[in-house]
Design a binder for this molecule. Structure first.
Ligand code: FES
Ligand code: FES
Length: 154
């Protein structure tokens, strides 16, 4: 089986996997990184949202071969040691999560949004496509605004 090497949450990793295996399968089933959730598997629900070279992406829609030599960050790699990312702090302050399933993807999407748009409007936040079956959208909006007001997202 081919081997693939990429940087995952700051560490180089090498895995044996078919070239066309979706990265989400590699993360969850081969590397035990389960923050990115498996919802739809076709890029719609965004529960798996993570970052590829610092940009938001859905690892269910990218093959492991596509990620060769690149940098993947999942929710597990967002905090700096014991120091939570400002968006994670805002999520806790606003008590966003309900069942929690969608929340890693929501947070990774919010971080990407705030890097692009440090002071997002309601219309900017409305562009987010991540699905939350529990309906935590009002608290997600509040947390994004709180993180933006703190001005520490980079
Ligand atoms: S599982 Fe990746 S977008 Fe739904
Ligand atoms: S918190 Fe349950 S799906 Fe979003």
């Amino acid at each position: 089986m081919p081997t693939h090497t990429f940087v995952l949450n700051g560490q180089p990793v090498t895995v044996d996997a078919p070239d066309d295996m979706p990265l989400l399968w590699v993360l969850r089933d081969k590397l035990g990184v389960t923050g990115p959730k498996y919802g739809c598997g076709v890029g719609v629900c965004r529960a798996c949202t993570s970052h590829l070279d610092g940009q938001e992406f859905q690892p269910c829609t990218r093959s492991v071969q596509d990620c060769e030599g690149r940098t993947v960050t999942t929710i597990e790699g967002l905090a700096d040691g014991d120091t939570l990312h400002p968006v994670q702090e805002a999520w806790i302050d606003c008590d966003v999560a309900q069942c929690g399933f969608c929340q890693p993807g929501q947070i990774m999407t919010a971080v990407a949004l705030l890097r692009r748009t440090p002071n997002p409007t309601d219309a900017d936040i409305d562009q987010i496509q991540n699905i939350c079956r529990c309906g935590s959208y009002p608290r997600i909006r509040e947390a994004i605004k709180r993180a933006a007001a703190g001005g520490r997202v980079h």
